[in-house]
Design a protein around this ligand. Structure first.
Ligand SMILES: Cc1ncc(COP(=O)(O)O)c(C=O)c1O
Length: 404
């Protein structure tokens, strides 16, 4: 399908009147960020202001949070894996996470106390790299499973941490089941970025880990004179990132909640399908989920994130791959004076979508429904850099996925 599909969420609730937000407030986010600050790799990632693009699109402002600069790992995902593993180990040590920083957790003494641990996970690349990197810091081990069609460079980056990493012939959701089965059989600890019934603590900690990004972004916007964005676009795979970001934004802005839109590829649009179904329950998408946006190729919504998205998202959009490709090109080739952002397929889709919505005559209804105009202050998150350099070059240099 070549067109963009919009669903306005008529069941949207006011913050606090739907899914609980106790896990996603400023206090929790501060606790998470303090943990991340204990890593020498921690630095606030840039928030790129793109005034020329905003002018060109006819909106008030566009800001893009650039997660290619996160921990030297080219994507935001390590925020979740590292915090969840921190919480897991804190629990095993019987200590509060506030007392445990990177140096102690990674010490020989802690390793001797806990013994050898293998962390298991499934990943399109970014989450697994974050888990494998954290295991390496801890002098522990990781076993990582990737869906079929995964880019070998993403596997290579995981193998480089000393983890084992297999590209399976399964789709993402089945790779998760395989990782879980092997973890059960071998006594490994499953660190998965999606939840299902009976498996919720670790995915919740992973979601909380992502709040470091959102608390930074809200503070950076303030420093740049924007007290509140009017619009936020959040891309979703299983929805953990979008749920964490939206939960945090809802608890910070309350009744002034920005108009927040969840964005997915057509081939893996499980949040969109769940919103359209309108029965309040999450719905799966099956098949090989094949999309340019590898990080978003997930067909089963996270059970703990779904409630936040269902209750507080204003809208859900499903779009074709060329929207993401356009976003990569736009961010890589900024208009005069704007900052360049190297953004990969899953990172750039919201920029490509904003361009589509503001520029295309056929998108006039979407523009109107989302109340996008010259007064809009828009926040986007480029969640990854060029995690697949070959794809990046194909798209940005040679114009693949040109769309119309
Ligand atoms: C770059 C990137 N952006 C966004 C996402 C979506 O995150 P989630 O699966 O939590 O919805 C992913 C997931 O792997 C990703 O790798």
């Amino acid at each position: 399908m070549n067109s963009v599909l919009l669903h306005m969420n008529k069941a949207q609730k006011r913050p606090g009147q739907g899914a609980g937000l106790a896990d996603f407030n400023k206090e929790e986010a501060t606790r998470v960020r303090n943990f991340h600050k204990s890593f020498s790799e921690y630095a606030v990632t840039p928030l790129a202001a793109l005034p020329q693009l905003a002018k060109d699109l006819g909106v008030g402002s566009v800001h893009v949070k650039d997660e290619s600069k996160r921990f030297g790992l080219n994507a935001f995902k390590v925020l979740g894996g590292s915090y969840a593993i921190g919480r897991l180990l804190a629990e095993r040590l019987g200590r509060p996470i506030e007392d445990l920083g990177r140096d102690e957790l990674c010490s020989d003494a802690v390793r001797a106390k806990l013994g050898p641990i293998t962390f298991a996970t499934a990943t399109d690349g970014n989450h697994g790299r974050g888990v494998a990197w954290t295991a390496q810091q801890l002098q522990q081990h990781a076993a990582v499973y990737m869906p079929k069609g995964s880019d070998p460079i993403r596997q290579k980056n995981i193998l480089a941490t000393g983890a084992e990493c297999t590209i399976t012939d399964l789709n993402y959701d089945d790779a998760v089941r395989l990782a879980n089965k092997n973890a059960d059989e071998h006594g490994w600890l499953m660190v998965q970025d999606t939840a299902w019934e009976g498996y919720e603590d670790i995915p919740r900690w992973i979601m909380q880990g992502y709040m470091t990004l959102t608390i930074e972004a809200v503070e950076q916007l303030k420093e740049q004179g924007i007290d509140r964005p009017t619009h936020v676009f959040l891309q979703a795979g299983v929805g953990s990132f979008a749920g964490a970001a939206l939960g945090f934004i809802a608890s910070v802005f309350g009744d002034d909640l920005p108009i927040t839109t969840i964005v997915e590829p057509h081939q893996a649009n499980c949040i969109y399908k769940s919103m359209v179904a309108g029965d309040g329950a999450p719905h799966n998408v099956t098949g090989d989920l094949s999309t340019l946006m590898a990080g978003l190729a997930c067909g089963e919504p996270s059970t703990i994130s779904w409630g936040v998205l269902r209750d507080y998202a204003a809208a859900s959009i499903s779009c074709p791959d060329w929207i993401a490709a356009n976003g990569m090109r736009i961010l890589s080739s900024p208009l005069g004076g704007d900052q360049r952002v190297i953004s990969g397929e899953s990172g750039a889709v919201t920029t490509g979508l904003l361009d589509y919505i503001m520029r295309r005559p056929e998108a006039a209804d979407i523009r109107k429904a989302l109340k996008l105009d010259a007064s809009s202050r828009i926040l986007l998150v480029s969640t990854e850099g060029d995690t697949s350099p070959e794809t990046f070059r194909e798209v940005v240099w040679y114009g693949s996925h040109a769309g119309k």
